[in-house]
Design a protein around this ligand. Structure first.
Ligand code: FMN
Length: 362
């Protein structure tokens, strides 16, 4: 019997042939001007399959969206041209590719912003602890309402740019403690205006972006990723299930034809056992549902989950080290181990040089 994970499903206007998805994975292989490189085209092409969905690494929506050197952007002509090489390489193999749209908010640094502009967030609350450079996180400035509207426009324009670059759709990065998540979580949003306080108000920014992007590029080309209950980058919410259930219900009501919703298991890296916590949201969303986080080290559980729920399952680290992950899962071949030390380096090593299974058998 064909396992559900290898069975077709419609995502937006795309007829997928299986449900194994490439997770968004930041890898810092763009050029210093955030233009996608030939190496990236090669990487995505290696992982493309007929009717398989790839989601790109998080991609900056504007020069002020923060981020990191050599993360890609999608706000100027050169970047759109760079991405065209990626999308056409994937389409040559009949793959489907969405890009993940990103604003980092308070996780950024003024040193990476034009004119060293202060980082922004929902409220003036920094991430606690030290950043990866060993310094205190910078204190953000709370966005004013007119600036919030400008950022909604940046998401919308970058979504249009993505379609111009040949993407099949966009995934809004509403997870992992970045700007959208900073508005949703009660720990980072202490606003007293229409964007803070109640669940409805904290969800408003995310929902406005979805409304605007869906209107601009089509609801079937729009998707969003969430990480309810994840503590990464100091996220915390007082009412996790209520908060993301409200958002999911609103999306079901306003946009039942979104390409998909993508949910991450909370703090999968911190637990020794992968536990499914996403059932409340799965029960509310009637369209395609992607589950992720932790399945790279538990591929059998991914196959079981898809069997039980019909979900698509996204793989991160296992797809880094297995360009032919889909085929390996289908054939039951062993998976190559990933090497954390090259996740964030800048060249081909640990990026495009992981062999396909048949190459390891020669
Ligand atoms: C190197 C690396 C980069 C990541 N970059 C992103 C990203 O850009 N956007 C995002 O939503 N998640 C990102 N994540 C999280 C992954 O999408 C995924 O949820 C995580 O790897 C867990 O799944 P896995 O167990 O299959 O690896 C990243 C994870 C890793 C390891």
């Amino acid at each position: 019997m064909l396992k559900k994970i290898f069975s077709p499903i419609k995502v937006g206007t795309n007829s997928l042939q299986h449900r194994v998805v490439l997770c968004p994975l930041t890898r810092f292989r763009s050029d210093p001007a955030s233009v996608p490189s030939a190496l990236q085209a090669e990487y995505y092409k290696q992982r493309a399959t007929d009717g398989g969905l790839l989601i790109t690494e998080a991609t900056l929506i504007s020069p002020s969206a923060g981020g990191y050197p050599r993360a890609p952007g999608i706000f100027n002509k050169e970047q759109i041209e760079g991405w065209k090489k990626v999308t056409s390489a994937v389409h040559e193999k009949k793959g489907v590719i969405f890009t993940q749209l990103w604003h980092v908010g308070r996780v950024g640094s003024k040193f990476l912003n034009p004119n060293q502009k202060q980082v922004v967030s929902a409220s003036e609350i920094p991430v606690s602890g030290k950043n990866p450079q060993g310094n205190d996180y910078e204190v953000p400035r709370a966005l004013q309402v007119d600036e919030i509207k400008e950022i909604v426009n940046d998401y919308t324009q970058s979504a249009k740019n993505a379609i111009e670059a040949g993407f099949d759709g966009v995934e809004l990065h509403g997870a992992n403690g970045y700007l959208i998540d900073q508005f949703i979580n009660s720990s980072s949003n202490k606003r007293t205006d229409m964007y803070g306080g109640s669940i409805e108000n904290r969800a408003r920014f995310a929902l406005e972006i979805v409304d605007s992007v869906a209107k601009a590029v089509g609801v079937e080309r729009t998707a969003i990723r969430f990480s309810p209950g994840n503590s990464y980058q100091d996220m915390g919410d007082d009412t996790v299930i209520e908060t993301w259930s409200y958002i999911t219900s609103q999306l079901q009501k306003r946009h039942p034809d979104l390409a998909y919703l993508h949910f991450m298991e909370a703090d999968a890296f911190l637990k020794d056992k992968l536990v499914d916590t996403l059932e409340p949201y799965r029960a509310l969303w009637k369209g395609p549902f992607i589950t992720a986080n932790g399945y790279s080290t538990a591929p059998d559980q991914a196959i079981e989950l898809a069997e039980k729920t019909g979900d698509l399952v996204a793989f991160g680290r296992a797809f880094i080290s297995n360009p032919d992950l889909v085929e390996r899962l289908r054939q039951g071949h062993e998976l190559a181990q990933f090497d954390n030390s090259t996740f964030y380096t800048n060249d081909a090593a640990g990026y495009t040089d992981y062999p396909f299974y048949n190459e390891t058998k020669n």
